[in-house]
Design a protein around this ligand. Structure first.
Ligand code: NAG
Ligand code: NAG
Ligand code: NAG
Ligand code: NAG
Ligand code: NAG
Length: 325
């Protein structure tokens, strides 16, 4: 893992570094397919910092209740879809996992067949160090609530970090100030970019057989791409799960966060990959009534079968690291 801190080098070196940082090619550092996830990720048995109506179970419970399982080429994590909850008892059982390894500059490719859907769901694929919180920055790669497309890509930082409004990306910026005054997960704002396609999230994503998300983090920028599985022109290193990838061949990203006015090395530390599914809580609960999901997110307690499509199915998660930066 590259541990490069610009502040250590001082002003003069910054220009040199800026020129020496190359995007791609990157070489495979970790492949997660099928049961690899059980070795390379840990189940976070914590109370949800975003106040969801969830019980994040241990790996042992998740496996015993078949809320997670792997085949040769798929890794599934799903919500409990059989249990009625009691009003004052624990929330709906689900999984929150994070990578054992932490990453700095890298590329992560998520080959996803299905993401959780249903009213009250709040799934996310993101990177952060949740033992540190906002101080290590947060990159939300795939996240949303209540089946509402499109996906929003969001950075959350503790220190100053703004991005120019006219940058080259396919998505629509909602805010250009990435700083977060509140702790991560507590009514935070950050800088979001809405993906330009409804296929980027929820039911339409799933009906296309899912797709690919890729995130590149260097000391100069953070970029996120999305390709629906059934679209034309997906780079072959993405579809083929190649042992090296070249991000320069991936075209315009849906979201691009350059370092013009954001010291990426300062506001982002070494982070884990985190994948979770919560219910209601700060975001999905707040937006619940707006979109015809019913009157109150507490409906999550009953109708367990409404969560039968609330599952992740990953074909692969691959992490690549570069030789420079
Ligand atoms: C941790 O997991 C156990 C068993 O899976 C469960 O009983 C407990 O409620 C979980 N704790 C939290 C905080 O979710
Ligand atoms: C877990 O669920 C899957 C999908 O329904 C099923 O194929 C598999 O047999 C189940 N495993 C166990 C141990 O029950
Ligand atoms: C859950 O509770 C509702 C409302 O009481 C009831 O109609 C339903 O049959 C229950 N479902 C299960 C699986 O127990
Ligand atoms: C952010 O920028 C403002 C204005 O330039 C400055 O006063 C403040 O100290 C900065 N905060 C941090 C955490 O760098
Ligand atoms: C954004 O605007 C600035 C200032 O007007 C300009 O220098 C820069 O080239 C623009 N960038 C893009 C990507 O359009």
């Amino acid at each position: 893992m590259g541990h490069f801190r610009r502040s250590v080098l001082g002003g003069l070196a910054v220009g040199i570094v800026a020129q020496s940082v190359m995007a791609g090619p990157y070489t495979i550092a970790q492949t997660n397919v099928g049961s690899d996830f059980f070795n390379n990720f840990q189940w976070e048995n914590i109370s949800d910092p975003t106040n969801g109506r969830v019980e994040y179970v241990t790996k042992e419970t998740a496996q015993a209740k078949n809320l997670t399982y792997a085949t040769e080429d798929s890794f599934v994590m799903r919500a409990d879809s059989t249990t009625n909850l009691t009003a004052d008892g624990p929330g709906r059982m689900s999984n929150r996992i994070k990578s054992n390894a932490q990453y700095n500059t890298h590329v992560a490719v998520f080959d996803i067949r299905h993401m959780p859907q249903g009213c009250g769901t709040w799934p996310a694929v993101w990177e952060a160090d949740d033992t540190v919180g906002a101080a290590s920055g947060e990159i939300d790669i795939l996240e949303g609530v209540n089946d509402l497309a499109p996906n929003s890509v969001t950075l959350h930082t503790e220190g100053n970090c703004t991005v120019p409004s006219n940058r080259t990306q396919l998505g629509t910026p909602l805010s250009n100030d990435c700083s977060d005054t509140a702790d991560i997960g507590n009514g935070n704002n950050g800088c979001s970019v809405d993906a330009p396609y409804t296929s980027s999230y929820g039911p339409v994503f799933n009906s296309n057989g899912g797709g690919y998300y890729a995130m590149e983090r260097t000391s100069q920028f953070i970029r996120v791409w999305f390709w629906a599985r059934n679209q034309d022109g997906i780079p072959s290193d993405i579809t083929g799960g190649a042992s090296s990838v070249d991000t320069d061949n991936w075209g315009t990203p849906i979201a691009y966060f350059p370092d013009d006015n954001c010291d990426i090395n300062k506001v982002f530390g070494n982070n884990n990959i985190v994948i979770d599914l919560t219910f209601c809580g700060n975001w999905a609960g707040a937006d619940f009534t707006e979109i015809g999901c019913g009157s109150d997110c507490i409906l999550v307690n009953e109708n367990p079968s409404a969560f039968s499509d609330a599952y992740w199915d990953f074909a692969a998660v691959r992490v690549y690291e570069g030789s420079s930066s």
